[in-house]
Ligand binder design. Structure first.
Ligand code: UT7
Length: 344
């Protein structure tokens, strides 16, 4: 059989992007009033100055719908035939939040489902959408990453309370040609469930509810073993990025922008050093929004494209890591698209 360079002629191409953060700003000074921490420690150890937290009454699906609307506007068309929402903080345990978002956006009765891959969720969402497009199941897919972790932070835990912010980011992928700008070049994905203890919400699931002694108070705070997660994040994002670059034939010095999961600036700079990507090429958005989990990569991309740093024709490497443990990387050459401002 004749083999083409690409296994399929139908590539997934980025057609639109958009993101949002809720209006309430929580700066380091505010956190220092209730926690044993301070602005200088948070900024030097993480790079974060402030984050946005959703107001009472706002659910993840509400943020997802706003980001989704902006991505549709960026794509110049409301036509999509699938919606994938990456979130670990859904509106409720069942049903999934995605159908509600699709209804809110008036997208018709399209297939809509959630995927739960913590901070790596957006990359997994892109890979699921790319697979659906390559197989012909869908022609245009709206992928949203959204999380509200602020309501699951133990107010006495300074390791998590200082890091996480709320937000949503979205992208429209359409069927296209592998050689055009915006075509997703490939994926590297992985997980290690043996280390699930490094970042988890222990309560609220079937394990807790099937325990011989039924829990009276469920423990639904987010726990994170920061130091260990830090090491795994560097190793996995570095290894996954290198594997992807090798697979798609890109050299590290051909990467114009490194869009890594925004958990800690020190992690991103260390991964860039490991990959031999110039630190100047690292997109930093966490200083203003913190770690927004599944929203972090589309938020960073939207921020950089909206302010004119990221421009058409530039090569972007995306890599993420989070609870699971789970990680993933992808890459594309940035297309010429209109990008609505995050604050608009
Ligand atoms: O989203 C994906 C998953 N999450 C991540 O990738 C997060 C990865 N982890 C991190 O970003 C960092 O580990 C943290 C920001 C959570 C913590 O930073 P660290 O540099 O690893 O701090 P540490 O836990 O090693 O603590 C160093 C010192 C300790 O004091 P001593 O023992 O040296 O006196 C801590 O008690 O800093 C202290 N400390 C703090 N001080 C002020 C820890 N947290 C704080 C704090 N404010 N918030």
């Amino acid at each position: 059989m004749h083999k083409t360079e690409h296994p399929t002629s139908r590539a997934a191409v980025l057609a639109g992007i958009g993101a949002m953060v809720p209006p309430r700003v929580v700066d380091n000074e505010e956190l220092s009033k209730s926690l044993d921490t301070n602005d200088q420690w948070i900024r030097t150890r993480t790079g974060i100055s402030r984050r946005h937290w959703a107001s009472p009454g706002t659910a993840t699906g509400d943020l997802a719908a706003v980001a989704g609307e902006r991505a549709l506007e960026s794509a110049g068309s409301r036509s999509v035939d699938m919606l994938i929402l990456a979130t670990s903080t859904p509106n409720q345990p069942m049903p999934a939040t995605a159908p509600e978002v699709a209804a809110k956006l008036d997208l018709g009765m399209i297939p809509a489902f959630d995927i739960s891959v913590a901070c790596a969720g957006f990359i997994y969402g892109l890979s699921t959408a790319a697979g659906a497009i390559a197989s012909g199941i869908a022609d245009r897919v709206l992928v949203i990453g959204a999380d509200i972790w602020s309501t699951r932070l133990n107010p006495e835990d300074r390791a998590t309370a200082i890091i996480f912010g709320d937000g949503a980011g979205a992208a429209v992928l359409r069927a296209g040609d592998p050689t055009e700008r915006g075509a997703i070049a490939g994926f590297d994905l992985g997980s290690d469930g043996a280390r699930k203890d490094l970042a988890m919400v222990p309560g609220g699931g079937s394990r807790e509810r099937s325990a011989p002694e039924a829990a009276v108070d469920t423990d639904e705070y987010l726990y994170m073993r920061g130091k260990e997660i830090f090491t795994h994040a560097v190793n996995r994002m570095g290894g996954s990025s290198a594997a992807l670059l090798d697979r798609i034939g890109w050299s590290a010095d051909s990467v114009d922008w490194f869009a890594g999961h925004q958990a800690n600036a020190r992690i991103l700079h260390t991964v860039a050093d490991v990959l031999d990507v110039d630190r100047e090429r690292v997109l930093i958005h966490l200083d203003r929004v913190g770690n927004t989990s599944a929203a972090s990569i589309p938020l960073a991309l939207t921020d950089a494209a909206a302010d004119g740093r990221l421009t058409a024709g530039e090569r972007v490497l995306l890599t993420a890591f989070g609870g699971g443990l789970s990680w993933g990387s992808t890459a594309l050459t940035w297309p010429k698209i209109y990008v609505p401002d995050i604050a608009s």
